[in-house]
Design a protein around this ligand. Structure first.
Ligand code: PLP
Length: 414
């Protein structure tokens, strides 16, 4: 996914923007320029309609009902699982576990895989991680005394893979890294990391929260053991996502939570768990979320990805070039391989002040540490950055608006 292109894009962004009602509004009297896509993406009409249709016609609980609505809801829910399998190119639909999102997917693995671990076992993460892929492992460290090791990051914000061979030891039990950094936009060489880890018999979890929003994902080609994703980052609803896990792991690992729907038989002396994925899905899930996610991913799978990749590279290049001209502005994260995320600081201006002024001009960016305190501290931005994160529905007028607005904010603040 996401190779740097060298062809001009023929991508029709305006036709695509028309499918997103939220992008058609004004904010503070200005046309909305939505550049907070790494936090959450806007939703196309097909997703809004799918959720609306479910509530209007099909609303019922799944799996347990003999009546028509329950059967319909179950059919839609399981079709959503199949769509996720297809979108991630997993080998089997049983390898897809519904969760609340990436955070819950990683917590599921930490809780469940964590039961196999003992004091001194090592988990290898990277310095580029979102807190969602740091804190669950830290909690295991507190609970059972595992050791957390960290793949270093270069000053450009890329993983330093030369350090990897020395970091994987006979005590390494899992490598957990993100596919794409939310704070800097760096695309990580996850396939290479999987190959190196597997050469030592070590499984790999990939935090894919920022992967699908920028391309097609193929977990088999990547070679990962676990892949975590969030629906809301990939044009679908909030509160729903998926954990992909290779089938042997799902057979082997203990359940994460107990309750209805994840059992085969229950008596007071013993419980027999259902086979995966049900074993990991206790309780009533986010049914409407899954149905919205199905619509989002079916739509996503039909997009012209080679053109989108080229187009996103143009957005990134234009935003980077324009922002770099602003006196005192420093871009944090300049790795060679990036999605269109530009994180920056301006000497003498607090990121929150810049963000507030941009909002007054109709431009939505995120300011702060982006749940990635370690890497921002390392790259000299401990108070955070301003982050403009683009999606393929952003256009070049919005890049121009951002650059002009940051110039104005800088002039007002300095
Ligand atoms: N990992 C990365 C790289 C992210 O960008 C995010 C959210 O920003 C997460 C994990 C957590 O995702 P969620 O809040 O959807 O669970």
């Amino acid at each position: 996914m996401m190779d740097t292109p060298n062809t001009a894009s023929t991508f029709d962004v305006e036709a695509l923007r028309g499918q997103f009602p939220a992008l058609q509004q004004t904010v503070n009297g200005k046309p909305l320029v939505y550049l907070d896509n790494a936090a959450t993406t806007q939703k196309p009409l097909c997703v809004i309609d799918a959720v609306n249709q479910f509530y209007r016609l099909d609303n019922a609980n799944i799996h347990r009902g003999v009546h028509a609505l329950s059967a319909r809801a179950t059919e839609h829910y399981e079709a959503a699982r199949e769509q996720i399998r297809h979108s991630l190119n997993a080998a089997a639909v049983e390898e897809i576990v519904f969760v609340r999102g990436t955070t819950e997917a990683i917590n599921l693995v930490a809780a469940s895989f964590g039961q196999r671990l003992k004091a001194g076992d090592e988990i290898l993460i990277s310095a580029l991680e979102h807190h969602a892929n740091i804190v669950p492992w830290h909690m295991l460290r507190e609970r059972i005394g595992i050791v957390l090791k960290v793949i270093p990051v270069t000053d450009l914000g890329a993983l330093d893979l030369s350090a990897l061979p020395a970091l994987i030891t006979s005590r390494t039990r899992l490598v957990a890294v993100n596919h794409v950094s939310n704070a800097l936009g760096t695309i990580n060489p996850v396939q290479e990391i999987c190959a190196q880890a597997h050469a030592h018999g070590v499984p790999v979890l990939v935090d894919g929260a920022q992967g699908l929003p920028h391309g097609l994902v193929d977990v088999q080609a990547m070679g990962c053991d676990f892949y975590a994703m969030s629906g809301h980052k990939a044009f679908g609803p909030s509160g729903v996502g998926a954990l992909y896990a290779r089938r042997p792991w799902l057979d082997e690992l203990p359940p994460y939570q107990g309750g209805g729907d994840m059992i085969e038989t229950v008596c007071f002396d013993a419980v027999r768990y259902a086979p995966p994925p049900a074993k990991f899905e206790a309780g009533t899930p986010n049914i409407e979320g899954a149905i919205g996610l199905k619509a989002a991913l079916a739509w996503h799978a039909g997009l012209d990805w080679p053109s989108i990749t080229a187009y996103e590279a143009q957005l990134l290049a234009a935003a980077t070039a324009g922002l770099k001209e602003i006196p005192g502005l420093r871009i944090i994260g300049t790795a060679a391989c990036k999605v269109p995320v530009v994180s920056f600081v301006i000497a003498g201006c607090h990121p929150h002040d810049i963000g507030t002024l941009l909002d007054a001009m109709g431009i939505a960016v995120r300011t702060g540490q982006h749940c990635a305190m370690p890497v921002l501290a390392q790259l000299g931005a401990p108070s955070g950055t301003v982050r403009a994160s683009f999606a393929f529905y952003n256009n070049t007028d919005e890049v121009t608006a951002l650059i002009r607005a940051v110039h104005r904010a800088h002039a007002l603040l300095s």
